[in-house]
Design a protein around this ligand. Structure first.
Ligand SMILES: Nc1ncnc2c1ncn2[C@@H]1O[C@H](COP(=O)(O)OP(=O)(O)OP(=O)(O)O)[C@@H](O)[C@H]1O
Ligand SMILES: [Mg+2]
Length: 441
């Protein structure tokens, strides 16, 4: 496990501050020295325990004093392996400190001290009053109240501090390693789940494709027979007769069935690496033809707003798959909002020339006036992990796959949505030339 993942950990990620406070208070009580725990930059995260009147009410009450205190704390607490003992920059008292670490990286400092030892020199220390801007008399009075102890005793207390900090560092490291292991395991589990979902959806698509292909093939022969015989009848009857009109209708409708069957065959036949120049408008029409009956059955009106666009190089079957996914989602949300007929139960496909960062694209937009995308799942619509979390009957992979297909085309899939009002999905397909190898399909 690399150290990278641990860079940003803070003391508060690992410890309950109330518990730290209790340990710190008990330490201060037992040893008679002041104590505080700070983050790695010297900013306190616990409340001071056993602080001297001098430090708490005089030094820290001035801006300069507080600045020097924090600086002292960050310097003293810098050592990761041993306790540093030195005179503080704000009052000249003896302080000590050590870092609390995770895998050797400091996440906080434990500071103790505010004592005077054998080296105590009142005149020298009074100079600090001027430096930090505190009344000299008050400073002197407070100085007489600081704890005095021999250096040797303070060093024993420092050793006790070292043992405590070492234990906390060990605890922090264990806890973070454990958290990281759990995170990696959960990530791996989600990846496995998503792979399973992808596989089962691919198998399902393949099965539907085979079935649809078979049915379409079976339809093609008899429908050709119907068209041919209708044509024969048409040739035999009076052009102005009712029979002639009926036969013409039969031929038109049969041609429609034939087109749907042809589209189904195209859709179900899995092609490899086929990036070709395609007429995107034709592609939209073909896809629409496949869902015509679904639109009719659900009383959804369909509108197109098509600009004049040039052919694009794309994988026809995959672009059609994206369109199908978007249309299916739009139909679902429209049915949810309007179970029956409604004048706003409509679906709009537009096709426009646009420019993004000086590059030409063709933007196909699928717009519905349905429920809008649930706010809770916005922003993670194209993420495999959100799909893995979905538990309802749909796999929740449609958009994820669509996004991947658009990226494969060096294009993009984006959306705009407003709760309760509309959703627009934009498929941006590069309008320029394309190199098959570049696609890495
Ligand atoms: N046009 C839309 N309006 C409102 N919500 C939408 C729309 N499109 C997608 N969503 C929301 O996004 C979710 C994810 O869509 P996606 O197509 O990825 O999966 P799905 O439709 O749930 O399942 P699948 O497509 O795999 O059968 C949907 O379940 C739906 O909640
Ligand atoms: Mg879907």
């Amino acid at each position: 496990m690399g150290n990278e993942a641990f860079k940003e950990y803070k003391l508060t990620d690992v410890f309950d501050i109330n518990e730290l406070q209790k340990i710190q208070d008990a330490f201060s009580d037992a040893t008679g020295v002041a104590s505080i725990i700070t983050d790695k930059n010297g900013t306190p995260i616990t409340k001071a325990s056993g602080f001297s009147f001098l430090c708490e009410h005089l030094v820290r009450s001035t801006e300069e004093g507080l600045k020097r205190c924090i600086l002292s704390d960050s310097i003293i607490g810098m050592s990761e392996s041993e306790v540093t003992i030195r005179k503080c920059l704000s009052a000249g008292l003896i302080d000590a400190g050590i870092s609390i670490t995770v895998l050797g990286k400091p996440i906080g400092n434990w500071m103790i001290g505010q004592i005077a030892d054998e080296s105590f020199n009142e005149q020298e220390m009074l100079l600090y009053a001027n430096t930090i801007g505190v009344n000299k008399k008050e400073y002197q009075k407070a100085l007489h109240r600081v704890v005095h102890m021999p250096r040797s005793q303070f060093e024993k207390i420092c050793h006790f501090l070292y043992l405590n900090a070492k234990m906390l560092s060990q605890f922090a490291t264990n806890s973070i390693v454990q958290k990281e292991e759990i995170r990696l395991r959960e990530k791996a589990e989600k990846e496995i789940k998503i792979l399973g979902l992808k596989l089962s959806q691919q198998q399902r698509l393949k099965a539907i494709g085979t079935l649809a292909g078979g049915v379409a093939h079976e339809i093609n022969n008899p429908i050709n027979g119907i068209i041919n015989y209708s044509q024969l009848v048409l040739d035999m009857v009076d052009e102005n007769s009712k029979i002639s009109d009926y036969m013409k209708e039969i031929i038109i409708e049969s041609n429609r069935i034939s087109l749907i069957a042809k589209n189904l065959l195209e859709f179900s036949y899995v092609k490899k690496n086929e990036f070709k120049k395609e007429n995107i408008v034709q592609l939209i029409n073909n896809t629409k033809a496949m869902i015509n009956s679904v639109l009719l059955k659900n009383q959804i009106s369909f509108h197109t707003e098509i600009d004049e666009v040039s052919e694009v190089t794309c994988h026809q079957q995959k672009i059609q798959q994206v369109l199908m996914n978007l249309l299916t989602n739009a139909i679902e949300t429209l049915n949810k909002k309007y179970p029956g007929y409604h004048e706003n139960k409509k679906l709009i496909i537009s096709c426009r020339n646009i420019e993004l960062d000086d590059n030409a694209f063709i933007r196909v937009t699928v717009e519905d006036h349905g429920m809008g995308i649930d706010e809770k799942i916005r922003g993670e619509l194209f993420s495999p992990f959100s799909a893995a979390n979905r538990t309802d009957k749909s796999a929740g992979l449609g958009l994820l796959m669509s996004y991947a297909i658009m990226k494969e085309h060096k294009g993009d899939l984006s959306y705009e949505t407003k709760t309760g009002e509309y959703t627009r999905f934009h498929m941006d397909i590069p309008a320029g030339e394309i190199n098959n190898k570049e696609r890495n399909v």
